[in-house]
Design a protein around this ligand. Structure first.
Ligand code: NAD
Length: 310
């Protein structure tokens, strides 16, 4: 199977490497010059605990790829998805499947512009990885992947099961999801309640949940996620999510969420428009207000401007 990894940063490199090592025909796609130069000259450096390996995986700029592939994993940040799909149009054939495991909500609306809905597969992963620099990926523990076809149908479900099988064969723990939309919304709600606040307060998860205000803030944000999700056909349990966020954040302690890493540590734009911003946008379309998520989105964009202008 010919597979393209569209966005080969931290998570894309991990998926690309594992699928390549399992014998699939894999190409990486990215637009980060130093990363591409480094992988072309020295191979991709893969670090998993104390194990270090160098692998020669082909990597291309989007404009260099033209041949249709069977499967595309999209692994840009959410706000880079549209540009990436625009750039890789030539490799998206009539039967090319695309899997999105991106954090946040609303990616399917972008994917639908570029391929038939029957070819869209959505999922959630809790695998994590980081980059030590260009061309050097670090695996961070294990995880799981759940995947489901975006549209119902026997053919689509069979395809999703095949993709699950392929991922398991490559060493991932993957399974077929009976309700991936629920999992996507739930993860987005958890991220939406914590990530932006930790970035705005410049603190880690444990520091935020130890404050007297945390539970109230988390509940305000989660309540709005739950309301919008319900209107979109997904039922989330507010109490269950708030309790999960409080417990898990105390447990993982000193972890700085990805929005803190992006904005505060690396001075990069954030995925807020696909988390709190998506809830704000969708509620507006549904003719009601979500003031907490709207304000958080505005604050993060203001912080992005301050940091980028520095
Ligand atoms: P990343 O920034 O490390 O990688 C994204 C890559 O996409 C970069 O190398 C960038 O150069 C490339 N890119 C972006 N736009 C492009 C374009 N138009 N053309 C070509 N290349 C482009 O991000 P990441 O951490 O790998 O995250 C990817 C997605 O996975 C995000 O939605 C993130 O929330 C999600 N996610 C990440 C992790 C993790 O541990 N890193 C875990 C779970 C989910």
């Amino acid at each position: 199977m010919k597979i393209a990894i569209a966005g080969s940063g931290a998570l894309g490199s991990r998926f690309g490497y594992m699928l390549y090592e399992a014998g699939n025909d894999v190409i990486l796609i990215d637009k980060w010059k130093e990363h591409i130069d480094s992988i072309r000259e020295n191979g991709l450096i893969v670090q998993d605990g104390n194990n270090r390996k160098i692998v020669n995986i082909p990597i291309f700029y989007p404009h260099e790829v033209a041949e249709e592939v069977d499967l595309v994993f999209v692994f840009t940040k959410s706000m880079g998805l549209q540009d990436m799909l625009e750039d890789i149009k030539p490799i998206l054939g009539e039967n090319t499947s695309v899997i999105s495991l991106l954090n946040g909500i609303g990616h399917e609306d972008i994917l639908k512009e570029y391929l038939p809905v029957k070819n869209i597969f959505m999922g959630v992963t809790i695998y994590t990885s980081g980059l030590k620099g260009s061309g050097h990926v670090i695996f961070e523990g294990s995880g799981t992947i759940e995947i489901q076809n975006f549209t119902p149908g026997d053919r689509e479900e069979k395809k999703a099961l095949q993709l699950v099988g392929m991922l398991n064969q490559a060493g991932f723990k993957a399974y077929y999801s009976e309700d991936v939309k629920y999992s996507i919304w739930r993860k987005a709600c958890v991220n939406g309640a914590m990530n932006a606040i930790c970035a705005l307060l410049d603190c880690n998860l444990a520091e935020f949940v130890s404050t007297n205000q945390a539970e109230m803030i988390i509940r305000h944000i989660a309540k709005e996620f739950v309301k919008v999700a319900k209107e979109k056909g997904t039922i989330l349990d507010e109490d269950d999510i708030v309790e999960y966020i409080l417990q898990s954040s105390r447990k993982v302690g000193s972890h700085y969420p990805s929005m803190h890493q992006d904005l505060i540590q690396n001075h990069r734009l954030t995925e807020v428009d696909f988390l709190n911003g998506a809830v704000a946008r969708m509620s507006k379309e549904l003719s009601f207000e979500t003031p907490y998520n709207t304000l958080i989105t505005q604050l993060i964009h203001a912080k992005e401007q301050i940091i980028m202008d520095e």
